[in-house]
Write a protein that binds this ligand. Structure first.
Ligand code: SAM
Length: 517
């Protein structure tokens, strides 16, 4: 480490990279999650949604056990992104509630984000309308860096400091790694501020945030920062711990995240529960000898969340924090109870134990990644339970579809019936995203292979809109066959004619036409 004197430099949390980050999300809106730009599968799939729904359900049970309360429980998701997690959690939570058939406090799920575009996108999203109509879902534009209250878009309500008597429930996925953090360096027991010099190539010819982030080069300079250790710094005890335990270590400090939690916590007079998942460790060891942070670029960028600092600071304030005993890989899912007598929330703690600690979203993701390269070796006996484990996820079916097709000719009646049931469950929980037409196509084809022409037809028709001309002939022919089998002769004729128009040498279509004419 060299200590330099540099005039043009930024405190890490104030560098222009954060303006580009904000601009990226504000301009892109929900498109940020299309074409695999910003990753969302790991934090938004049905498996993680089920785990969260179980924890929320358990929390509602614990609140119910405290006596009848008429106030609606507010669940706030921060940086709710594509909206897929919220949709899946609501789906699972409603299913759990119906299945249990017990009295629980009424709840409302409030999706929030910095980007108004996202809020408007969710508000109009076809998959959200049923929840909005039932009064279960609301939205708010909320800038985590400064705002203190929530202005709900649908109900028009404002939730201000102290308004809620019941505890608040907060959800934050891939959130603490995406908002500004401080960066310090600990060396020889001293604290240094790591300032950032951001350079763009001379000939940079763009105002596009994603491109600026891609083209930037970063340099750090270090200056002594005794202020962090002064008693007036709200996190001075944390810093004292880092000074005592760490050496030659770069540490991201989640001051903005902690301040956001503090502001939101004040909305309720009874504290909050936080469910959160991110890349970032809660163990001090992880930060020992840590190099400067790595920027993961994906249109926007993300760093690591310092869950160690979040846990330490909140526990000092009386919270009980839960992170997994095993070392996390890719995703660290934790739960923090900033509540009076947190240990008395027995159902909630058990739910964390059962749905995260014992086998959680991180474990599932590791297996899912592994299975992606192994589906071609799996039999229906493995494919079906693995798909069920993942909550009948659309992504898995899309990936495993060629293998299902290969195995279907030898499938038993029972296996076909289970596949059919999986397809139905998948569609009933599906959150519409850009892959909808593709999913409709493979669904239609699977039904065709099971000779279920009536079920296949609407899916094949829906998918036609998104098929390139190159593949259109095949799918028009499939539709012609489907209609033929359903004895819809006029439709079969019209599809077969379209095939022959596009490919006059399509022998099968010609034969079909002859038999129809
Ligand atoms: C990496 S994405 C995560 C999205 C989603 N939670 C997920 O797991 O897929 C970060 C999200 O935080 C939002 N965000 C960024 N800065 C924010 C801020 N200052 N206040 C509120 N949300 C912010 C972005 O708009 C984006 O939706």
């Amino acid at each position: 480490m060299s200590i330099e004197k540099e005039s043009q430099r930024y405190r890490f949390s104030e560098a222009p990279i954060w303006d580009w980050q904000r601009a990226y999300y504000e301009h892109k809106g929900l498109q940020a999650w299309e074409g695999s730009q910003v990753p969302q599968y790991i934090t938004s799939n049905p498996f993680i949604a089920t785990a969260y729904a179980e924890m929320i359900f358990a929390f509602l049970q614990d609140l119910a056990a405290r006596g009848v309360q008429h106030e609606t429980i507010t669940i706030v998701e921060l940086g709710a992104g594509s909206g897929r997690l919220a949709h899946q959690v609501l789906y699972k939570l409603c299913a759990l509630k119906d299945f249990a058939g017990i009295e629980l406090p009424v709840f409302r799920y409030v999706m929030t984000d910095l980007a108004m575009e996202n809020v408007m996108g969710w508000r109009e999203h076809p998959s959200m309308q049923a929840y909005i109509a039932q009064g279960l879902l609301d939205f708010a534009c909320f800038d985590a860096m400064q705002e203190k209250e929530l202005n709900l878009v649908v109900s028009g309500m404002t939730i201000r400091q102290g308004d809620l008597q019941q505890p608040l429930l907060l959800i934050a996925n891939y959130f603490f790694d995406s908002i500004p953090q401080e960066l310090i360096y600990i060396g020889e027991g001293q604290v240094f501020e790591c300032d950032l010099l951001v350079e763009l190539p001379q000939d940079v010819n763009t105002q596009e945030p994603a491109e600026m982030l891609e083209q930037m080069s970063l340099h750090y300079t270090y200056r002594a920062a005794p202020g962090y250790s002064s008693n007036s710094d709200p996190y001075s005890e944390l810093i004292a711990l880092y000074r005592a335990e760490l050496e030659d270590s770069h540490i991201l400090l989640p001051n903005a995240g902690l301040s956001c939690l503090e502001r939101l916590g004040k909305l309720s007079r009874s504290g909050y529960m936080l469910i959160t998942a991110d890349k970032g460790d809660h163990r001090l060891d992880y930060w020992k000898y840590a190099e400067p942070p790595e920027f993961a670029l994906h249109g926007s960028f993300s760093l690591s969340a310092n869950y160690h600092a979040i846990q330490y600071v909140l526990e000092q304030q009386g919270a009980e924090a839960y992170f997994t005993a095993h070392h996390y890989k890719d995703l660290n899912a934790g739960m923090i109870l900033m509540l009076e007598e947190p240990n008395s929330y027995v159902n909630t703690r058990l739910a964390y134990h059962r749905f995260v600690e014992r086998f959680g979203p991180d474990d599932f993701f590791s297996l899912k990644e592994w299975s992606d390269s192994k589906v071609h070796q799996m039999e229906l006996k493995q494919l079906l339970p693995f798909w069920r484990l993942g909550g009948y996820d659309a992504e898995f079916l899309m990936h495993a579809y060629p293998r299902f097709t290969y195995l279907l000719p030898d499938a038993s009646e029972e296996e076909m019936s289970d596949l059919l049931s999986g397809i139905r469950q998948m569609w009933s929980a599906y959150y519409r995203m850009e892959n909808q037409a593709q999913l409709a196509l493979i669904t239609g084809q699977l039904f065709m292979e099971m000779f279920m022409y009536e079920d296949a037809k609407p899916f094949l028709e829906e998918s036609l809109t998104a098929i390139s001309d190159e593949h259109k002939v095949t799918h028009l022919y499939e539709l012609a066959v489907c209609c033929y089998e359903l004895e819809l002769e006029q439709e079969a004729l019209s599809y077969a004619l379209r095939v022959v128009e596009l490919d006059p040498n399509h022998q099968d279509a010609v034969v079909l036409l002859n038999s129809l004419e």
